[in-house]
Design a protein around this ligand. Structure first.
Ligand code: F6R
Length: 614
């Protein structure tokens, strides 16, 4: 979603800001802009609909000098994507420029008040309202910019991260946040600002994460000051980033998505490192073990998540109910937060989020917390808002995921849920020692099996050519593979814009089977498991109606291969872990179909990596 970059120091700000925006492109956006204060204290703002390259083109013949600036990639919420609505926005006097991530919910009320006071607006955005409002407060209260931002924050409702500069004070950036992340990088005589650490990492590992309702005063050649809304000085907490730049680059692959698909055998090793002992006899998941009593006494588990993370949650439901005999409910975070859910203090609420910043998941988690539940987080981004807000949790540890369509984070989430289920099952004595050990033995060889699945790359690339121009797809699965079918369908629609639906295979006959004809490709996941025979019958039903079946089967399965039109054979694994294997060919299929269609695989239209608005 929207991205923020800022720079103040001794170097030219423009190239640093542009590079920062490029590093944030993965978040998804529809326009970009930059504001710079030049050496004559002129505040220049340049904006463009489209990509960062369009912004560069627009600014190419203009004055881009200055050692202070802010820049933004926008994902439209209020007003269509165009040059005018792009950020930064000037204040009425054009002395201030502001960039903003998030939403100001009461912007209409404030706008009316400003209009009554003679303010006029060029854009349809809530951001322009905010910058005018800050200027209005600054003038009417005769306060400095920092205080004006503090006072504005007291009035506005919503979730936001902002950065603002003033041409009359070219040595300062003011930044503030509420429920939307902001990081300051500390270099030698220079500071960097960004909505995540990606644009900062190549300059410095030393960062400060601004906390909720804090304001940062970033002044040239002065120590950073952090204040809260009541103007009380806070001690900045400097952290050292443990990422490196290569993690953010494509490493020879044409897209981040295919790089990330191929990384999975290694990211799963990273995910289990230190959590399964060398003898492969025990799982040591500290987040669960440190809260032994909570997990032993849990009467119910509720999992809240969105999108791909929600699909991982459905697999978690199977694992936990199967192995731990605790009832599990999986909820869309966006629905959960607006119900009046019954939550007990003995409930455990698990929030799953790759980014750790998804607004709906964050709000669902806060709601559950306010009702006394114990909150467990499964996040990938270290230090993210959800990770910080939980009582305990497990990081996924799969490294930065840059492709907008989630791949390695999904398998990482499923792996963490598998380890959680095993840890809880052992504690609650709902698993035999024999089954416990055999499941661990299988878990640690999943990365090797993933490597074998990735050898199917060429086969799937060839297969994708047959289906590039399909208009619809159906994905079927049962049991553990039903969420895998949902995830396969989501991957395809996200990046290739082909309409695709996932169904439990047996549910077809209750309606969706009417869609089947010779034009309808059906991906059927039919790996050998306890309901394998039933799935075969469902495939027969599709074939009887002339559907074109692409079957995902266990190696050597001639039965299904003889029924299906096309067959993808994957290594055998236990039913519990089937989605860890079946996810990969479906990721590859979606990827190659999208590439064949010439789609922007890493930044699909209308999508954002981190959905920080409702
Ligand atoms: C799908 C995808 C989205 C996210 C969803 C939740 O490829 O990326 O569906 O899974 O927006 O995001 P997180 O996991 O960051 O909360």
């Amino acid at each position: 979603m929207c991205g923020i970059v800022g720079y103040i120091g001794r170097q030219d700000a423009y190239p640093i800001l542009i590079k920062g925006l490029q590093r944030l492109e993965y978040r998804g956006y529809d326009s970009a802009g930059v504001a710079l204060i030049n050496p004559d204290n002129k505040l220049n703002v340049y904006k463009a609909k489209g990509k960062v390259a369009d912004l560069e083109y627009n600014a190419s013949s203009k004055d881009t000098s200055g050692t202070i600036g802010i820049a933004h990639t926008r994902w439209a919420t209020h007003g269509e994507p165009n040059d005018v609505n792009a950020h930064p926005h000037y204040s009425q006097s054009e002395n201030l420029a502001l960039i903003h991530n998030g939403i100001i919910e009461n912007y209409m009320v404030i706008k009316q008040e400003l209009i009554r006071n003679g303010y006029t607006f060029k854009s349809s955005t809530d951001t322009e309202v905010l910058v005018h409002f800050i200027e209005y407060i600054k003038k009417t209260n005769k306060v400095d910019l920092c205080r004006a931002v503090q006072l504005a924050m007291g009035e506005i409702i919503g979730a936001y991260a902002i950065a603002i500069i003033d041409k009359n004070d070219p040595d300062q950036i003011i930044a503030a946040r509420k429920s939307s992340p902001l990081v300051i990088g500390i270099g030698e005589d220079e500071f960097f600002l960004a909505s995540d650490a990606t644009p900062i990492i190549e300059y410095t590992p030393r960062v400060i994460y601004i906390k909720d309702e804090e304001i940062a005063v970033i002044r040239r050649n002065k120590p950073i000051r952090i204040l809260n809304m009541r103007d009380i000085e806070q001690t900045p907490e400097i952290k050292t980033l443990e990422m490196n730049l290569t993690q953010f680059e494509k490493g020879g692959y044409p897209h981040f998505m295919i790089k990330e698909i191929n990384e999975q055998p290694r990211t799963i090793v990273d995910c289990i490192r230190g959590r399964i002992n060398i003898e492969a006899t025990d799982v040591i998941l500290s987040g669960v073990l440190d809260n032994k009593e909570r997990f032993e006494n849990a009467r119910r588990i509720i999992i809240v998540a969105c999108g791909t993370s929600w699909h991982a949650a459905l697999i978690g439901e199977h694992l936990i109910e199967d192995l731990c005999r605790i009832p599990v409910e999986v909820e869309y975070a966006s629905e959960f937060r607006y119900r009046n859910p019954v939550i007990d203090k003995d409930d455990i609420v698990i929030a799953i989020s790759q980014s750790g910043e998804t607004a709906d998941t964050l709000a669902a988690m806060e709601l559950a917390k306010s009702k006394g539940a114990f909150i467990y987080g499964i996040c990938n981004v270290v230090g993210s808002s959800i990770a910080r807000g939980t009582d305990a949790g497990s990081y996924v540890h799969v490294g930065p995921e840059i492709g907008v369509a989630s791949t390695k984070a999904f398998t990482g989430q499923v792996m963490v849920l598998s380890m959680m289920a095993l840890t809880m099952a052992k504690q609650r004595k709902t698993i035999t020692d024999e089954l416990y050990k055999s499941l661990i033995k299988e878990l640690i060889i999943i990365p090797e099996k993933m490597k074998k699945v990735l050898e199917l790359n060429e086969t799937i690339r060839d297969l994708s050519k047959i289906f590039t121009y399909a208009h619809n797809f159906i994905y079927l699965g049962r049991g553990y593979n039903y969420p895998a079918a949902l995830e396969g369908a989501l991957k395809l629609k996200e990046i290739s814009y082909i309409h695709a639906e996932g169904y439990p295979a047996a549910e077809m006959k209750h309606g969706p089977i009417a869609l089947i004809d010779a034009e309808m490709p059906v991906v059927a996941i039919a790996t050998t498991d306890s309901i394998y025979e039933k799935t075969i019958s469902n495939i027969q039903e599709i074939k009887a109606r002339k559907g074109r079946v692409i079957a995902l089967v266990t190696e050597g399965d001639d039965v299904v291969c003889n029924i299906a039109d096309y067959c993808i054979e994957v290594p055998k694994t236990l039913e519990y872990f089937a989605p860890l294997i079946s996810a990969i060919p479906l990721q590859l299929l979606a990827y190659y179909i999208a590439v064949n269609k010439g789609c922007n695989v890493d930044q699909p239209r209308n999508l954002a990596k981190s959905v920080t608005v409702e």
